[in-house]
Design a binder for this molecule. Structure first.
Ligand SMILES: Nc1ncnc2c1ncn2[C@@H]1O[C@H](COP(=O)(O)OP(=O)(O)OP(=O)(O)O)[C@@H](O)[C@H]1O
Ligand SMILES: [Mg+2]
Length: 380
């Protein structure tokens, strides 16, 4: 079938729609076919400028297809994993053009507080010093010449609570949070990148207290040299420029936050002073934090007397918060299933949980952790 603009539009729209619903497996082939179709169209084009534009558009689509690949490898899919597509995300129709920021940014007033986050005492303290206190006491901050606002990057292994902490910061500050996930953003950015970045920053600046949070920021800002994406080439400098323009005077509260479990793939320009310069390591939980995690995620469930949280914490060295949550959910849902199938409802025993631990290996390896430690050491 010869490539026509109508075929291209149909393929592209299907790909983008699937991408937006988080169905990366379906999105990928559509995006690739749309890109190929665009290449064919560009080959027929006699105008050199138009041809270049079409080629770059095809590249952007291939970049989105690659992103689908990455997300599938990471276990993303409809519904999303930890840090996946946020609550309250809006369903949208397939028409990408002419959307304003309110169509693609999720505005939230998170109710999560620091008290809900187990452990990470050092992280919380650092965040208080850099973000919470300067916001709450702007006069004192000004008196001592402490900057209010700015950029913070939370980095660390998957499932350690980065997304949760980001929300807790907004919760503590009672700030409005603009949550963006790259897949959503990228799908909106094909063809209208700069405009959308500006709209996002404008929307955030119009609030009294606001936080722009880009989760999984590495997907948005790969190292420029390793990426031939034209979207990135246009968008990264734009974000940097907006960051420079942040109003940091006391009383104006605007924070830019990113979270990543691949800090080494970020564009180093993002990490310079004045940008995402405050880097905070969110490590795996220590024994005390694991104790607390079990307490949180088992606390509201029927527990037998033999359940010993300290023993569970001991057994789960190397597990992330998300892993521990999964263990707790698994123990409870197995008994729930048994009782649905007619068994006498019973309490969760230590053995049930230990068995769930055995069948739930930690998602982060020691080698992974060393990589984060090494990156953290390089930054200081
Ligand atoms: N320290 C913690 N306290 C309480 N809950 C936690 C903690 N760490 C992780 N969790 C739970 O694990 C789940 C995953 O956490 P979260 O999404 O914040 O991880 P993340 O660090 O953002 O992971 P990723 O790098 O994969 O995005 C959350 O649902 C949260 O409830
Ligand atoms: Mg996350």
């Amino acid at each position: 079938m010869p490539a026509t603009f109508a075929t291209f539009t149909r393929l592209k729209d299907k790909g983008i729609a699937a991408l937006k619903s988080g169905d990366y497996a379906s999105a990928r082939p559509y995006l690739i076919q749309a890109a190929e179709c665009m290449i064919e169209l560009s080959e027929e084009s006699s105008d050199a400028a138009k041809r270049a534009e079409q080629e770059s558009y095809a590249k952007e689509l291939m970049e989105l297809a690659k992103d689908c690949d990455r997300r599938m490898k990471r276990g993303g899919g409809a519904g999303g994993g930890p840090g996946g597509r946020g609550r309250g995300e809006r369903a949208r129709d397939d028409n990408d053009k002419g959307a304003d920021a309110s169509d693609w940014v999720v505005k939230e007033r998170p109710s999560v507080r620091f008290a809900d986050v187990a452990g990470l005492e050092d992280v919380k303290e650092e965040i208080h010093l850099k973000m919470i206190y300067p916001f709450r006491h702007p006069e004192l901050a000004q008196h001592y010449g402490i900057d209010v606002g700015g950029g913070v990057l939370l980095f660390g292994p998957p499932g350690t609570g980065k997304t949760m902490i980001a929300k807790a910061i907004a919760g503590e500050l009672e700030a409005t949070m603009f949550v963006i996930t790259p897949a959503q953003l990228m799908s909106k950015w094909v063809g209208e990148a700069e405009q959308n970045v500006r709209k996002l920053f404008d929307a955030a600046k119009s609030e009294e207290k606001s936080i722009i949070f880009i989760d999984e920021v590495e997907a948005l800002v790969p190292k420029r040299r390793s990426s031939d994406s034209t979207v990135m080439q246009r968008v990264v400098p734009q974000i940097l420029q907006e960051l420079e323009g942040f109003d940091r005077k006391a009383g104006r509260a605007l924070l830019f936050m990113g979270a990543t479990n691949e800090p080494w793939s970020l564009d180093t320009a993002m990490l310079r002073p004045g940008r995402l310069d405050a880097k905070i390591y969110v490590p795996l939980p220590d024994a005390a934090a694991r104790f607390k995690l079990f307490e949180i995620y088992l606390g509201k469930r029927p527990l037998a007397d033999d359940v010993d949280l300290a023993a569970l914490a001991e057994k789960t060295d190397g597990y992330s918060g998300a892993d521990i949550k999964a263990v707790c959910n698994r123990s409870a849902s197995e008994l729930f299933l048994e009782s649905v199938q007619g068994a006498e409802p019973r309490k969760i025993t230590l053995r049930d949980i230990l068995s769930a631990i055995e069948r739930t290996p930690p998602s982060v390896t020691r080698k992974d952790c060393e990589k984060y430690d090494a990156w953290a050491a390089q930054q200081s």
